[in-house]
Ligand binder design. Structure first.
Ligand code: AKG
Ligand code: FE2
Length: 368
């Protein structure tokens, strides 16, 4: 009922159909009224534009109660619509299909952004054919940076456009335990600015708890050490970066598609440290089921693996936001998910990462 009340008719339909299946299996129910299920199912189908199905379920309602006046009126109404606007409704029910039924490359093309996000969360999409021979992995010491000569970073290129790097085993168990321990007392329900009220409020599109770690509260120096490691493998200064942000998602926790960089003048783009040039996303836990990080525009998907980090550039060399980096944290279905963000800013990188000479220049070769 929750999804129905929140007008999420696609899911409402799925739940109602599951109810019908269980009723059928169990034969009866003392708490669920069959007619009520048909009634809601019919309205959900109507809202989804499937008039033939809406009419079908309303007729089933009438089988239970032939005198139901509203059901009689609705059947007449649906039939009238199908008759007067056949081109809009006649074949639609068969073509439209239902969520999850026979997803193909073509049907993916026509999905909305949000549907692509949901579909990617359910399972990986095949990588484009041209990736077959092109994904690489290497040990990386970033031009013989001393700490990395001793212990090079294991890098895997998992996507090309945008380039997404996985840094395997970049954090130790002890470091991850420490980050979670430091975050424990400061975790708060994540908020976002409400466009209407201007206040920071919990938002339905971001369900998690998070907290910012300051090295001041870490006398043992773990936070500084991790910052230094990021500086070593990216070659970027951390002096303008944000603090480490630890995030914990419970069951159902998620973060819907977004950009890490600021897309309007008000956020990041004008301050002295300017925009978020790159993201390092550490995975501090595995997730039993769900919880992948997905990039719905390009179809990339990263399953969290404890100790790894994902790295990507949010901005092109021109400083323009890379619109392909839109990404999301999928709902956690079983288990909990811990991640830690490091957002690196443009300020101070002028001599570390040169600008491009044309607005769209964006390729960085195979290294970070
Ligand atoms: O949890 C994830 O996988 C993604 C998190 C994220 O994108 C963010 O916190 O900005
Ligand atoms: Fe993000």
């Amino acid at each position: 009922m929750d999804v129905y009340d929140s007008k999420d008719y696609r899911y409402a339909r799925d739940w109602m159909k599951e109810t019908l299946r269980l009723l059928d299996e169990e034969g009866h129910s003392s708490t669920v009224d069959l007619s009520d299920v048909y009634d809601h199912l019919s309205f959900a189908e109507y809202k989804l534009g499937n008039l033939k199905r809406a009419a079908h379920y309303t007729r089933l309602m009438l089988q239970n109660d032939p005198t139901h006046a509203r059901a009689q009126r609705n059947v007449a109404y649906f039939e009238e619509l199908i008759r007067t606007e056949p081109e809009k409704y006649i074949n639609q029910d068969d073509e439209r299909g239902e969520e999850g039924e026979g997803e193909t490359a073509e049907s993916r093309e026509s999905m909305t952004q949000y549907e692509r996000y949901q579909s990617l969360c359910r399972g990986p999409w095949p990588l484009p054919k041209e990736y077959d021979s092109e994904l690489t992995c290497f040990y990386y010491d970033n031009h013989r940076t001393p700490s990395l000569v001793i212990r090079p970073v294991k890098v895997e290129v998992v996507f090309h456009k945008p380039r997404i790097f996985m840094l395997r085993g970049i954090l130790s168990e002890r470091e991850m335990d420490r980050l979670k321990e430091l975050a424990g007392p400061i975790l708060k329900r994540a908020t976002a600015k409400n466009a209407d009220s201007g206040k920071d409020e919990p938002a339905h599109y971001r369900i998690s708890k998070s907290g910012w770690l300051s090295s001041k509260h870490d006398p043992l120096g773990y936070v500084d050490r991790i910052d230094r490691r990021i500086e070593d493998f990216t070659g970027l200064t951390m002096s303008t970066a944000e603090q480490l942000q630890v995030v914990n998602y419970g069951i159902g926790g998620h973060y819907e598609p977004h950009y890490d960089f600021g897309t309007d003048e008000a956020s990041f783009t004008d301050g002295k440290d300017r925009n978020r040039i790159a993201t390092v996303l550490f995975y501090l836990s595995d997730v039993e089921l769900g919880g992948a990080t997905v990039f719905p525009i390009v179809g990339a998907r990263i399953q969290p693996f404890k100790g790894d980090a994902a790295f990507w550039w949010n901005l092109k060399k021109s400083g323009e936001g890379d619109m392909l980096t839109r990404h999301a944290g999928c709902p956690v279905l079983v288990g909990t998910k811990w991640v830690c963000n490091k957002w690196i800013h443009e300020g101070g990188q002028e001599f570390r990462r040169r600008c491009g000479l044309t607005p769209n220049e964006e390729s960085y070769g195979h290294s970070l």
